[in-house]
Design a protein around this ligand. Sequence first.
Ligand code: C5P
Length: 420
Amino acid sequence: MAAKRILLIIGGGIAAYKSIELVRLLRKAGMTVRCVLTRAGEQFVTPLTLAALSENKVYTSLFDLKDEVEMGHIQLSREADLVVVAPATADLLAKMAAGIADDLATTLLLATDKPVLAAPAMNVRMWLHPATQRNVVTLRGDGVTVMEPDEGEMACGEYGPGRLPEPEAIKQAIDDALARAPAAVPLTGQPDFAPANHRPLYGRRLLVTAGPTHEPIDPVRYIANRSSGKQGFAIAAAAAEAGAEVLLVAGPVPLPTPPGVVRIDVETAVEMAAEVEAALPADAAIMVAAVADWRAADTRAKKIKKDGSGHVPPLALAENPDILAGLARSAKRPPLLIGFAAETNDVIDHAQAKLARKGCDWIVANDVSADPMGGETNRVHIVSKDGVDSWDRLPKQAVARKLMEKIADELDKCSPADSD
Ligand code: C5P
């Protein structure tokens, strides 16, 4: 098989140094890498470093006539299997969304007919700004794969989403994009009009639950399961990226709403059950939420006081509705119903039992023995009546994308849900 060819556009930003590691990983995987540095990118990494690592010429200027003789910018933009923008700054995303072509990088991005993957990196406020979020929705609508940035401490001292995903995660996203991309045809003077869009869930309606539920005991205390909501949110994001209409019913988690996703926030299992019911019909429901099994039988209107006597107040519990099992029995049961199961031992056996008990089509069993809840990766097994599909440990985003491919394949066997 021919080596995959990556055109890597490196924007300006402190995270640009990570592109060096990315080039190393891509070369190690046997890929050919051509780097393009924006003027701002040149402030952070040097063409010399990138040339040495990529073992290829590094391009920086549109007006370098020598480059035009050796290789025109149209050819440069198309003689790749995938165009990767990392870091994709707010400015680059805005120009891409608006179709501005005022330097080599943006001209290549406008001229290419190949799939484009962008790994954003910017200050948290810039990422959350409505303008950037609008640009991301536009780009995803245009078929660009825009990764979710990582969350954490930023170089500027602020905290939140906006960090460049780690090079391993970008490499994984590149592998996924290449697996989806149509085979590249070398340019022969005839433009290759293979569609860059890969939206296998276009026209489908997906319902996702995510996060924990909080069951109030009194105004300050609640019962809950541990859940970061990250996997559920990544699934909602990947579904929207794949072109689906996505409704996300989310328990209390401080995560931003993924672009293109309609989010309904709930607090309790009873509220979540009602919103799930109201959201139907759907082609598929993916129930990722860690719903609390019990709620307080009577919620106190006032805070229960500790009186110092050592007296422990009784706490009567009532069972919560099992939303997944209820949906499986409902007349509006989605054609594809998927449950999750976090297990620490006998993962497959427990998942098989849960599949039968809940009446769903697949159980995505995640092994939480090696990885605490709230981590960035997941090792999952998809358990269905057809058997067990075990995946390697992957970043949660990659699990979500791979799951979307599997869901799209499955739904292709069904007809779209009625939307009236
Ligand atoms: O029974 P358990 O909590 O282990 O089952 C996990 C699966 O069932 C998840 O898909 C979860 O979202 C769903 N569930 C639910 N309603 C509940 C409990 C779990 O939808 N009350």
